[in-house]
Every structure is written in C-alpha cells, then in structure tokens.
Design a protein around this ligand. Structure first.
Ligand code: CTP
Length: 400
C-alpha cells in the first residue's frame, strides 16, 4: 500500500521533537504524498515555518488571523482537503484539546473540522504521557476512531528515560502506510446500516417507541466509513451527529424504514440491521390530538409492522445479512431462533439487562452467532471497538 497521491495535513505542536517532523515531511513527499503543515505558535519556537514551507512546497499555516493563502475559509478548506491528518509531535496540550473539543488556534480548529482520519503521534515527558488524564484523553480519542501511534521509549530531552519519545520518522511513515492505507479493507464494498428506534404515531403529538439511542448503528457506520466502505445509514430519530461521508436517510416509522431499506438493498454487499424496529403500530392514527376522557380507560389497538429483516432474509442474493437480538432472557436460544427464522448470516446478541450493554450505553457486551452454531463472545468494550470487530468478522466470513 502506498501513500502516493495522498493529501496529508501534518499538525505540528510545540515540543522538542518538532525537528523530527521536518524529516517526516521529506519522507512523506518522497513517498509521493502532498503535505500541508499547520503549526501551533509554540511549535514555531522550535523550528520556523519557513523550514516546513520549503520542505513541503506549500504555505504553512500558524495563525487564524494571518494573511490568507487561498480565498476561502482556510481552516475548513484545509480540513476538507486532507485524506489523512497526522499530528506529530502531539503534545499533552493538543491531545487534551482534541479530547475536549477545544478550538482556540488554527491547529485545534482544523482538527475539529476535519472529516479525515486523524493519526496522533504523542511525544512528551514520561510523567505527562503516563498521567491518568493524558491516558484517559487518548483512550477517549481511540474510542472515537482516532489512531494513536504509541510513543517510543528511550532517553528524553528532559534528561530522564522512559516512554514519551516521538517514534523515528521512518517508523511513522511505516505506521501510516500499514495501518492507515492498508486499513481501507472495506474499500469497494457497499454497506447498508440501520440504526435507532422507530416511532409509531398515535396522534399528531404522541407515538410509541423504545429506548434505542442509535449509538451501536452509528458506531458501525462510522467505523465502516473509516475503513473505506460506501455506507448508507438509515436511521430512526436520534440525537447523534451524522458521521461524515455517510449517505444518510432519516426515517420515522417501521414502514418508512422498510421502504428505504428496500430502495438500497439490491446494491448492498453487507446489511447490518442494528435498528430497534417497533413490532407493532397503532391501527388507527388519530388526525387530531386525542382528548382524555373523564372516567374511561383508553384502549389503543395495535397492528403488526412488517419484519424488515425477515423480508430481507427471503430476498437476499449476494448480501451478507446481519441482525441484532436485544434480549432480556434466554439470550442464546432466542438469538439462534431469530438467526434461523430470518435466514441471517450472523446475529449480534446482547443481554440488555446487563450494565454496560445495550440501549444508550457507550459500551456493549455482545455475542456473535453464526448459522453453523459457532458463537464468539466478546467482553465489555466500547461500541466503536465492537463495530470494528464485527466488521472484521463479517469480512472473514464473507471470504470463506
Ligand atoms: N427487525 C426488523 N423488523 C422488525 C423487527 C425487528 O427488521 N419489525 C430486526 C431488528 O432490526 C433486529 C432483528 O430484527 O436486527 C431482531 O429484532 P428484535 O426486536 O430483537 O426481534 P423481533 O424479531 O422483533 O422479536 P421479539 O421482539 O419478539 O424479540
């Protein structure tokens, strides 16, 4: 895999390892990448922007308020230009800003605006690197899908020895080649993901729904995009931000979701149905707000919604079909039954009564079940990690 033709923004923050970033620019250009450098003010105390300008053959940006190099909103233009955004060296300060969404200079603002894959190469004093706050910040960024090249161990500029050195530029280039470019393992695949709960109207102001937040489905869509897939995300109402580069279709009811899914099903290679679809809807939808009666109960008659996944199971040709089973009891047998009945290639089962799993949680504890009886149990982990393992397993099974 090569970096040829890749557009790389290199964010340089202020640490003694800035000198290595100079060499990194040369190496990236020798590999055929185009490089644009953004520096923090602190970084310019170690190496001048001129050095980076000469080596990258592009203007270097430092200030939000300086002379513009192109006539557009510069941090947004740079953020969107990038195929890959590398921060090397990344100080504890820029890592903390990234983890908390602070955007108070050109580098942090551009980082917040970019839809590109971000790679962080931390470099700092060992105590700062091993501080629980820095560790938690890096973990948060990893969970969000950022890549982190761990700092190397060795002699540090502050006179101590330990973890915190910026890896050698050659090692950074190799990491970018192997992990980032090679990780486009879903390139060319069309993936359809459904997420969140559906809403079934009772009257113009009320509906029946469930607790699904959409977090699992959105995490899958985001992970698949990062790995190069073309992703359509069909979602019921959710408060989550729509992942960049996703073909996003918003729906309300199960019937709307069914119609949208059928529109995109034929072209899909993989379908992952993480949505919590309402099995029933009110038979009559009142066109006016239903008024309460003084002393009578209200009965709402429900009729069955289509089972979207079961329908896809009947229609599937080339598609690898993945369902979810959120259960409160008899997890394995209930999930196996759904796998068989709906003609699926895999089902992701989770017990929603466990803490750290299911609706609204940021983590999940799932089991992957296959038609041949194989069961793979995963420990509690972030939904991003579950999403990536799920995609790994789908890829492996599709090849068999
Ligand atoms: N599903 C669907 N359409 C429905 C109901 C469910 O496509 N009307 C899909 C879900 O997206 C999920 C899988 O089927 O991938 C299992 O959903 P779940 O609600 O756990 O199962 P049901 O088949 O509805 O069974 P039950 O509610 O009785 O457990």
């Amino acid at each position: 895999m090569s970096l040829t033709g890749k557009k790389i923004v290199l964010g340089v923050s202020g640490g003694i390892a800035v000198y290595k970033a100079v060499d990194l620019v040369s190496r990236l250009r020798k590999k055929g990448a185009e490089v644009k450098v953004v520096m923090t003010e602190a970084a310019t105390k170690f190496v001048t922007p001129l050095t980076f300008r000469e080596l990258s053959a592009n203007p270097v940006v430092v200030s939000m308020w300086g002379e513009v190099h192109e006539f557009n909103v510069e941090h947004i233009a740079l953020a969107c230009w990038a195929d890959l955004f590398v921060v090397a060296p990344a100080t504890a300060n820029i890592i903390a800003k990234m983890a908390t969404g602070i955007a108070d200079d050109m580098l942090s603002t551009t980082l917040l605006a970019t839809p590109a894959q971000i790679v962080i190469c931390p470099a700092m004093n060992t105590n700062m690197y091993e501080h629980p706050i820095t560790k938690a910040n890096l973990q948060k960024l990893l969970d969000l899908g950022y890549k982190v090249l761990p700092a190397a161990e060795g002699h540090l500029a502050c006179g101590t020895s330990g973890a915190g050195r910026l890896p050698e530029p050659q090692a950074i280039v190799e990491y970018l080649e192997q992990t980032i470019v090679a990780a486009q393992d879903l390139a060319g695949l069309n993936i359809l993901v459904t997420a969140a709960g559906t809403r079934e109207a009772i009257d113009p102001v009320r509906y029946i729904s469930n607790h699904s937040s959409g977090k699992m489905g959105y995490a899958i869509a985001q992970a698949a995009i990062a790995r190069g897939a073309q992703v359509t995300l069909i979602s019921g109402p959710s408060n989550l931000p729509v992942p960049a580069k996703v073909n996003f279709i918003a729906v309300d009811s199960a019937r709307e979701m069914h119609a949208a899914v059928l529109d995109y099903f034929t072209q899909a290679d993989i379908v992952i149905k993480a949505a919590a679809v309402a099995d029933y809807r009110p038979k009559e939808v009142s066109s006016q707000k239903i008024k309460k009666q003084a002393d009578a109960n209200l009965t709402i008659v429900l009729e069955k919604n289509p089972d979207i996944l079961a329908d896809l199971g009947q229609k599937k040709t080339k598609q690898f079909l993945v369902g979810f089973a959120a259960e409160t009891n008899d997890l394995i047998s209930n999930a196996q039954e759904k796998l068989r009945k709906k003609n699926l290639d895999m089902i992701v089962a989770n017990d929603v009564t466990l803490s750290g799993a299911g609706f609204n949680a940021d983590t999940n504890i799932v089991k992957l079940l296959y038609p041949d009886g194989e069961i793979c149990s995963l420990e509690q982990m972030s939904k991003t990690k579950v999403a990536n393992i799920l995609l790994d397993c789908i890829l492996a099974k599709r090849k068999i």
